[in-house]
Ligand binder design. Structure first.
Ligand code: NAD
Length: 476
């Protein structure tokens, strides 16, 4: 496809490509066509990136807050200017509708501008001590960061992985998903063009397990930041233990949505259906398990199905598309398997449950209901366009179902009862909770989970602090 950008690795400000390096074919998920060949790092590339990151840290840890703010604000401005190109690139390599890709650009703009202010608020504190002596608590950048970003938000994930270390004064080596490299390179280029020293942020690609073992195996790396599945997150956390690297782990979820019988069902559906099928359901905070009080169950399920059937599925580059293809060939296969397993256990498939067309990775918006709790899909993150709707009797049962799984990323609840809203805010085991809303993020607000959904936060003041260490200095 025309106007898909060139692909390379960015090491020490140099576009690295060619040589004897292996390549990875980047595919447009709407057509199945190969649109680019991505060079993959060999061990020498990774060693060079590590050496440069060490230099970059020495430079950037001494930068003033104003230097950091200038770079972050400059990059935000450039992203605004390049918004259409960045969004098109993301849609070509990931599939999502252009409108959603544009929102990702704006999320990065908001986050970089927030961090540009936050760099002036990284205060330490002075302790009360006898005259002539002094004790201070300082917060310092942790060191070079290895950051791994997945393909579901090809612009937003790299924005988070780059923005926080840069605000904190760290250097960073980013390995974004090989399926969506050009978006990540586009975000990095905005930072470099805004004046970020070339040693401070680099991008490599490769065989994920080789790259992560190599980078985390080096004592140069002081922090791991990973977004992806719980199983890979646990593996990387184990690797990080060897060099005692700090970790921010943003892992899987299985978002429960509690719908009580005191709500306006139409109002909930107006929000929930769009939320479910955003990015074809490939969102870690996707609303997934709809836990519906029995009096409104049938109305909710039927309204959901009716709306799901009206969603316009197509190429994300087409203006009227509401849901694009899934991002890669693995996803429709996984969803087919999960739906077949659920049907085998007695679940009802109300709509969808099949691929659309014979090119690309399109899947029909799907709704399962009355699903036995031992079906795989009720326990594994589906990461696809499938809503799971089950009836429950009362608040106690609904909370128990919400907290049943080892995941705890996002949870949602709809009820008009104020006291119940308060209880749910306490009782639901999740890092982020939406009450009568599916909006659970913001540049100023911590994003992260509990239990198997990981630990540490991105975004907000917490995102920068996660890239810093504490030091106490006592002067006698
Ligand atoms: P996967 O689990 O192998 O990969 C997920 C991401 O992790 C990819 O970006 C991949 O490049 C990276 N990765 C995998 N192994 C790695 C390693 N050893 N070192 C460093 N990075 C590694 O498989 P997948 O098919 O891409 O996705 C499967 C599941 O991952 C999904 O069903 C979903 O549950 C989860 N996922 C979660 C998110 C999220 O935002 N939390 C994003 C993408 C995928």
């Amino acid at each position: 496809m025309s106007n898909y950008p060139e692909l390379y690795m960015m090491i020490d400000g140099e576009k690295v490509t060619g040589g004897n390096r292996e390549t990875f074919n980047v595919v447009n998920p709407a057509t199945g066509e190969t649109i680019g060949a991505l060079p993959l790092a060999d061990a020498a590339d990774l060693d060079r990136a590590l050496e440069v990151a060490e230099k970059g840290f020495k430079i950037w840890r001494k930068s003033s807050p104003q230097d950091r703010a200038n770079v972050l604000q400059g990059a935000a401005r450039l992203m605004m200017e390049r918004r259409e190109d960045l969004a098109r690139t993301a849609t070509m390599e990931q599939g999502k509708p252009l409108a959603e890709a544009r929102i990702e650009v704006m999320m990065n703009v908001g986050l970089f501008n927030f961090y540009a202010g936050e760099v002036f608020r990284l205060y330490g504190r002075e302790l009360v001590r006898p005259e002539g002596t002094r004790s201070t608590v300082r917060h310092e950048p942790v060191g070079p960061v290895a950051a791994f970003a997945p393909w579901n938000f090809p612009l937003g994930n790299p924005g988070r992985k780059l923005g926080a270390p840069i605000a904190a004064g760290c250097s960073v080596i980013l390995k974004s998903a090989e399926e969506t490299p050009a978006s990540a390179l586009g975000v990095l280029q905005c930072l470099l063009d805004a004046g970020l020293p070339k040693e401070v942020a680099q991008a490599v690609f490769g065989v994920p397990d080789e790259v992560s073992r190599h980078l985390l195996g080096s004592p140069i790396i002081r922090k791991l930041s990973f977004t992806g599945s719980t199983v890979v997150g646990k593996h990387l956390a184990r690797l990080a233990t060897e060099n005692m690297q700090r970790t921010t782990m943003e892992l899987g979820g299985h978002g429960p949505v509690l719908v009580f019988d005191d709500v306006d069902v139409e109002r909930v559906l107006n929000t929930a259906v769009g939320g479910k099928y955003r990015n074809a359901g490939q969102v870690c905070v996707s609303p997934t398990r709809f836990i519906v009080q029995e009096n409104v169950f049938a109305k909710f399920r039927d309204g959901f199905v009716e709306r799901a059937q009206k969603i316009k599925v197509g190429n994300g580059l087409d203006d009227d598309t509401q849901m694009g293809p899934m991002a890669n060939a693995r996803r429709p296969e996984a969803i087919d398997r999960l739906i077949a397993n659920a049907k085998g256990k007695g679940a009802i498939l109300n709509t969808g449950g099949e691929r659309i067309g014979n090119q690309g990775f399109f899947y029909a918006p799907s709704v399962l209901s009355e699903i036995p709790l031992d079906a795989n899909i009720m326990n594994e993150e589906p990461f696809g366009p499938v809503a799971l709707i089950n009836p429950f009797k009362n608040e106690e049962d609904m909370i128990a179902e919400a907290n049943r799984l080892p995941y705890g990323l996002a949870a949602y609840a709809w009820t008009e009862d104020y006291k119940r809203q308060q209880r749910l805010g306490v009782e639901l085991e999740a890092g982020m909770i939406g009450i009568n809303s599916h909006m659970i993020g913001g540049s100023d607000s911590p994003f992260g989970g509990v239990k198997w959904s990981g630990h540490g936060s991105e975004d907000g003041p917490e995102g920068v602090r996660a890239c810093m260490v504490t030091k106490a200095v006592h002067e006698g």
